[in-house]
Design a binder for this molecule. Sequence first.
Ligand code: ADP
Ligand code: FBP
Length: 317
Amino acid sequence: MSGIVVTVTPNPAVDATVTLDALRPGAVHRARAVRHDAGGKGVNVASCLADWGVPVAATGFLGADNTAIFERLLAAKGIADRFVRVPGETRINVKLLDPAGTTDINLPGPAVLPAALAELGPAITDGTAPGDLVVLAGSLPVGIAPDTYAALVARLRERGLRVVLDASGPALAAALAADRLPWCIKPNRHELEEWAGAPLPTLTEIVLAANALRGRGIGLVVVSLGEEGAVFVAAEGALRARLPAVGSGRDGALSTVGAGDAMVAGIVAALREEAGLERVARLGTAFAVAKLGRPGPNLPTPAVVEALSARVEIAAA
Ligand SMILES: Nc1ncnc2c1ncn2[C@@H]1O[C@H](COP(=O)(O)OP(=O)(O)O)[C@@H](O)[C@H]1O
Ligand SMILES: O=P(O)(O)OC[C@H]1O[C@](O)(COP(=O)(O)O)[C@@H](O)[C@@H]1O
């Protein structure tokens, strides 16, 4: 069992979830409810890991003008706050929730000056030992070059750290084109298709693409497929894991915001136990499904998550 997990969120967000009876473009809506949660991919991963009982530190760049909601979450969950404060306001991302699903409106966030990047290295590596896990997750803010994740992966690997990367677009492409690759990646179908430059409509094509990445040196490639579950591809083989959603929000609305991040947390929790591929697939899926429909980056008790993990349907892919 390794030590502290560090999550890095270069572009966190306050998630404003607005519940509507029905979303109609161009119409005036009276919202049923709104809630605000500290979010962004690495923040959500850290929060789910803390709920599971893992010691965790969170870093990245936080706009100095609206830190309170993040500070409250981190303090409440005992997550070490290593965020580098930058001038401006952390973005607000709007999540419109109606019975048809979730519509995400993600804003750009404040620009970050390269000088702030110099502070990030020590914030990540402080207190870590070889074998520890570092999660790099989410979009990069304006001002930070698209090859930043690639450069961080190289530096962190030099220290023997295992890097889990959850990114998209040019930042993911640059990290996958580099000489030194992450230990694990978790693209969703769309992100993998973007990287492959082609649609991947079947499971066979997804597993082929995942295996191509594994062949280049990534130990574990997880491709999440929404309600179709996810595939987990490693040296041990390829597994497909799924579990039907267990609950839904009011009037059938099911927020899927943060399910991918919860899956990353479950994968990290299992990697931290040095678990085999089946346990990784079970815990990753159980964390994701446990998070579905739950407000904020929160999991139920570990006992509930373990019970879900026992019910995950696993098959060779
Ligand atoms: N409607 C759903 N029913 C069951 N499981 C789901 C559903 N939506 C998401 N999941 C679970 O959450 C995981 C992550 O969701 P996904 O939407 O693929 O990720 P991302 O948020 O990164 O795009 C999926 O692999 C699956 O296990
Ligand atoms: O950094 P990005 O790619 O803009 O994503 C940020 C958004 O993604 C989330 O982390 C949710 O991600 P997932 O639904 O993929 O788990 C939100 O909290 C946040 O608003």
